[in-house]
Design a protein around this ligand. Sequence first.
Ligand code: NAP
Length: 231
Amino acid sequence: MQTVLITGANRGLGLEFCRQYAAAGCEVIAACRRPEQAAQLRALAGQYSNIEISALDVADLVQIEALAASLAGRKIDVLINNAGVYGDQSGRGFGKLDYQTWASTLAINVMAPVKLAECFLQHLQRSEKPLIASLSSLMGSMADNTSGGSILYRSSKAGLNAAMKSLAIDLRSSGVGVLILHPGWVRTDMGGPNGLIDVEESVSGMRRLIAGFELADSGRFVKYDGSALPW
Ligand code: NAP
């Protein structure tokens, strides 16, 4: 049976990943920072016994180490680095940047996914087809940036892409794959109500890519529908 570890599992795309993988019969380790407040995830776990909820604030590197230690010896097939923040706030663009929020945006969006990969490498290596799937964004693309702004978010997702590309190369010989996913513009708290697609469509597409992943694809930056994206 496949085991999937999902961060930021309590709402948005993370919650939908839990729903779909649980319905497909996978073991789901659903990590979120405040399980006691995660009403929807708890309700889902009540419906599916194959969901286990773990507390994890990805900004806290010690918590990542502790979760990996508590799951020592377990196989994880897919690590989904989903937790993320936007960071940018209206009125706080260039000239009024909030550097503290920028630092925490980089910690959550860039450093945490790499730390998770480091801490869960042994769990992944127990799988026959291990994969690290990181939720990036087209907003991290230089080539696609024609509108400027969103300095915190853009720089964090560009940084994530750079780090994940290196991991794809560094981990290839150990058989661990890396996929860099743009989920589309999705109607969630982050994407807002004008998003072009819903979570069901986005996650179904990303699950198809994860299921069809081959090591030769490692390090690709792709949209939920499988189309390649420019760096
Ligand atoms: P969302 O609805 O805002 O949900 C974000 C999730 O990340 C929440 O579960 C949140 O948990 C969690 N999170 C934030 N900081 C965390 C931390 N320090 N530790 C643990 N969890 C944390 O966003 P979404 O739309 O589902 O986005 C999921 C991913 O897709 C993100 O990486 C995002 O950048 C990416 N993405 C989204 C879109 C879009 O259109 N929606 C487009 C491109 C990329 P709390 O409830 O505890 O805050």
